[in-house]
Design a binder for this molecule. Structure first.
Ligand SMILES: [Zn+2]
Length: 460
């Protein structure tokens, strides 16, 4: 596809660690040149005046669940509406998941998802490969796949009922044989057996409405599982990545592990950085039910500290959106809940507002965890930074323009917004992906030309 050249003038551009006053020339989908008063006489040049605006690297959301069937529930988005919503949040690339059904090959699960996404996404994408059936043939297949575009895998310590749970031995084997050859092993860390025990206790007391769901998975459930995985990886020496860390107990284990030189990568999500357990005392607690659950202000404080101290590596959304009616079906019995909340569209404005404006976390640290690190860790070469020769992925926003998040104005098809009424800054007004203007003046110009993109084993 030929792309017209673009000249962005007068913006303050986040390059490496600082905001730089520079114009940007984009050619053939790449960042071509930087400098003040750049001029160009190229044909079909589009000029975007970014005066008073910040130009920020495009967001890479490395944890989404579009078009997911969860038990009886299908998410309220598909790849089309999900990627469109993401684009309005400044996301230029997402990594979703395939999920192996026991007995099938990983390739079978890839084919299904590639088929669903094909010609259906506004932005480029890739998949982490969910493994549920670890055996010798799975290992061989996974090793091949990690060298041919899919260098990251996901394993679960919970969801035995769905057939997704992996034994510790399977994860240890994957870390020590597959991951030592470069692949990332992501693990959902909660202790399955103790969740079952605590759930049984709650059932006995007839405490099964959704407000009790956090009591079935307290913080130590997460902390214990992270601790176990980190300890195993001390000996397995793989590349362990912990998804959606919600608690200070989990965060402290990561901090200690890193200071002891154990290889572990840590992700958290906007919901764990902003929402607290008061949501479970409100009118519609079911709308906020996720696994793990949102925690307390103490947890939120520590998670932000870990971002400021650059201990956490990635902020991704774990976007998993259901409708109010679907969520309500689990309201009276959390065991039947459709867990998850939407996030792709709100993530950057929330992190900019809560992290940078409120907590004074420097912008480059936010770009690191939302753009640069996910691209580097998951092997997206030439993306994640505003830098000469890189893919021209960026968003432009007015840092002084206030927006109110609301289901009434959001692009996402879900009929609720977990941050309804929240005042935010940093809503992108222009989004460029691969050098193509996808959103301009808050309006969609892009088409569904996003492509599946192979990734590479990251060697640093
Ligand atoms: Zn997830």
């Amino acid at each position: 596809m030929t792309r017209n050249p673009i000249l962005i003038t007068n913006g303050r551009v986040l390059i490496a660690k600082s905001l730089v006053d520079t114009d940007i020339l984009i050619e053939s989908g790449k960042f071509k040149k930087f400098g003040t008063h750049l001029e160009s006489n190229l044909d079909n040049l589009e000029i975007i005046n970014a005066e008073g605006k910040i130009v920020f690297p495009g967001i890479i959301d490395s944890h989404t669940h579009f078009a997911l069937q969860q038990g009886n529930f299908k998410t309220s988005d598909d790849f089309s509406s999900g990627s469109k919503s993401a684009l309005f949040g400044g996301v230029v690339f997402f990594i979703d998941y395939t999920m192996q059904i026991k007995g099938e090959t990983i390739q079978d699960s890839i084919d299904r998802r590639l088929n669903e996404a094909k010609n259906n996404s506004y932005i480029d994408y890739s998949f982490h490969l969910g493994i549920t059936d670890w055996k010798e043939s799975t290992y061989t297949e996974a090793l091949n796949l990690s060298n041919s575009g899919f260098p990251s895998f996901k394993m679960f310590l919970i969801y035995g009922d769905k057939g997704w749970l992996s034994e510790d031995s399977a994860i240890f084997d994957a870390l020590s044989r597959l991951s030592t050859k470069g692949a990332i092993i992501e693990v959902h860390c909660e202790n399955d057996a103790i969740i079952k025990l605590l759930t049984q206790r709650l059932v006995k007391e007839n405490h099964i409405t959704v407000k009790y769901h956090p009591l079935s998975r307290p913080k130590f459930i997460e902390g214990e599982a992270i601790n176990r995985m980190v300890y195993l990886n001390r000996f397995a020496k793989g590349k362990l990545y912990i998804v959606h860390i919600s608690s200070l107990l989990g965060a402290e284990i990561i901090k200690n592990a890193k200071s002891n030189g154990i290889n572990v990568l840590a992700e958290t999500c906007p919901q764990y950085l902003t929402l607290n357990q008061e949501v479970f005392t409100g009118q519609s607690p079911e709308l906020f039910a996720t696994c793990p659950p949102v925690r307390t202000d103490d947890d939120i404080k520590i998670l932000w500290q870990m971002i400021d101290q650059e201990i956490f590596d990635v902020i991704a959304t774990d976007h998993c959106a259901f409708s109010k009616a679907q969520k309500a079906e689990g309201k009276n019995d959390f065991r039947t809940m459709a867990f998850g909340i939407p996030g792709v569209e709100y993530s950057f404005p929330i992190i900019f507002t809560e992290g940078h404006l409120k907590r004074k976390i420097e912008l480059y640290k936010i770009a690191k965890v939302m753009c640069e690190n996910p691209a580097r860790i998951f092997g997206l070469i030439g993306r994640g930074k505003i830098k000469e020769g890189y893919n021209a992925d960026l968003l432009i926003f007015d840092p002084e323009k206030k927006h109110i998040l609301s289901s009434k104005t959001q692009q996402h098809p879900s009929d609720y917004c977990p941050y309804e009424g929240k005042e935010v800054y940093g809503v992108p007004e222009t989004v460029i992906a691969n050098g193509e203007v996808k959103i301009k003046d808050f309006k969609l110009l892009g088409k569904k030309n996003g492509e599946f993109t192979k990734r590479f084993i990251n060697t640093n």
